[in-house]
Design a protein around this ligand. Structure first.
Ligand SMILES: Nc1ncnc2c1ncn2[C@@H]1O[C@H](COP(=O)(O)OP(=O)(O)OP(=O)(O)O)[C@@H](O)[C@H]1O
Length: 333
């Protein structure tokens, strides 16, 4: 079953043209000139129910504009879209009952209220049956481990605690399709991991379709089976994440913080592991996953030297996207 489909979806904004300098500012104030700015161009996309799709692109590529059209917030300039059978900008209210949206940078919870009150308000907005709502709420509180935060005003929660409440809130009305815009932005590794597990679990249990934008390659790798990359408003690549994992995400960066006195020359030699930089006690290593596994590197390091801290990072999204441009020039997807 198709959850989402677009045909030649386009959005242009009309923006004021401004010449440089103070005189330019005056001129545009007195005699404004307008121009069309292309934000989204000819997006053709089909997402099947239950799919988890990463919608990626550099800043200004058109991701938010596309999501705003798909959730009915913006009217397109031209083209068509059906989301769960509805035309979003014409049937926004009906669609709202069936979809959820989480924006990492904006809260949908009432800032001065504790999450439990926001949950109650949301249940009324979505006209949920009281018993169904209470059962669902209990289940989400347990799964998201929200007990300790339920009665604390949202403004007093940490970002990670708030995000868990945000995602739980977006699942209260059992949406069939969830839009997640940067759901793990600013979170530490442990909370990121927990949030990803919960999204995966809800997709598995309820068959919820997930449409995600993120600058964190880990979100894409751990949650999605398909990646759609856009640039300058148009689709550049639509490919299984497995392929990106194989071809692009085959390097990780490992950062060690050594205790005072430990020297870099104590590092063991491991094939595929190289020193990228040394700054004081912090040593950055790159690991080529085609040659060696991260566990092998870690056990070699643990066996050889002491360290105070270690982090493992994916390549930055910008690097992945840069590689994809190259791929477009060379290899067909
Ligand atoms: N309301 C608006 N008026 C004029 N131009 C806009 C408006 N909203 C977005 N744009 C422009 O449309 C283009 C696409 O913006 P959009 O916010 O969709 O990008 P994005 O991929 O979500 O970027 P980011 O990752 O930085 O959030 C940008 O050039 C942006 O400046």
């Amino acid at each position: 079953m198709i959850a989402l489909q677009t045909r030649d979806l386009c959005k242009n904004f009309i923006v004021k043209r401004k010449s440089a300098g103070l005189s330019g500012s005056f001129k545009s104030l007195l005699r404004p000139e307008w121009e069309e700015k292309l934000a989204v161009r000819d997006i053709n996309l089909t997402v099947e129910a239950g799919e988890m799709v990463a919608f990626l692109g550099p800043n200004g590529a058109g991701k938010s504009t596309t999501i705003k059209m798909l959730t009915g917030i913006l009217h397109p300039t031209s083209g068509e879209a059906k989301v769960l059978g509805y035309t979003p900008w014409l049937e926004r209210t009906k669609l709202a009952y069936k979809i959820g949206a989480v924006f990492g940078q904006k809260s949908q919870l009432w800032y001065h209220l504790p999450p439990i009150d926001s949950f109650d308000l949301i249940s009324r907005i979505y006209e949920l049956k009281r018993n169904d709502y209470l059962t669902r709420r209990e289940d989400l509180i347990e799964r998201f481990e929200l007990g300790p935060y339920l009665h604390t005003p949202v403004r007093k929660l940490s970002l990670g605690e708030r995000m868990r409440c945000e995602i739980a809130a977006s699942f209260l009305h059992r949406p069939r399709l969830l839009f997640l815009d940067e759901p793990t932005i600013g979170l530490d590794v442990v909370v990121k991991q927990r949030i990803r597990e919960l999204i995966r679990e809800l997709n598995r249990n309820d068959g919820t379709t997930v449409f995600l934008t993120s600058h964190d390659a880990g979100d894409m790798e751990e949650l999605c089976n398909r990646a759609v990359v856009i640039h300058h408003g148009g689709i550049l690549l639509d490919t299984p994440v497995e392929r990106l994992r194989r071809e692009v995400m085959n390097r990780k960066t490992l950062t060690l913080t050594l205790p005072e006195g430990n020297a870099v020359f104590d590092l063991p030699q491991v094939a595929g592991m190289e020193i990228a930089s040394v700054e004081g006690r912090r040593v950055k290593l790159t690991v080529d996953l085609k040659t060696t596994g991260i566990e092998t590197v870690l056990s070699a390091l643990i066996g050889r030297l002491r360290f105070d801290d270690v982090t493992v990072e994916d390549p930055p999204m910008e690097e992945i996207i840069k590689y994809i441009y190259g791929m477009q020039r060379g290899i067909a997807p």
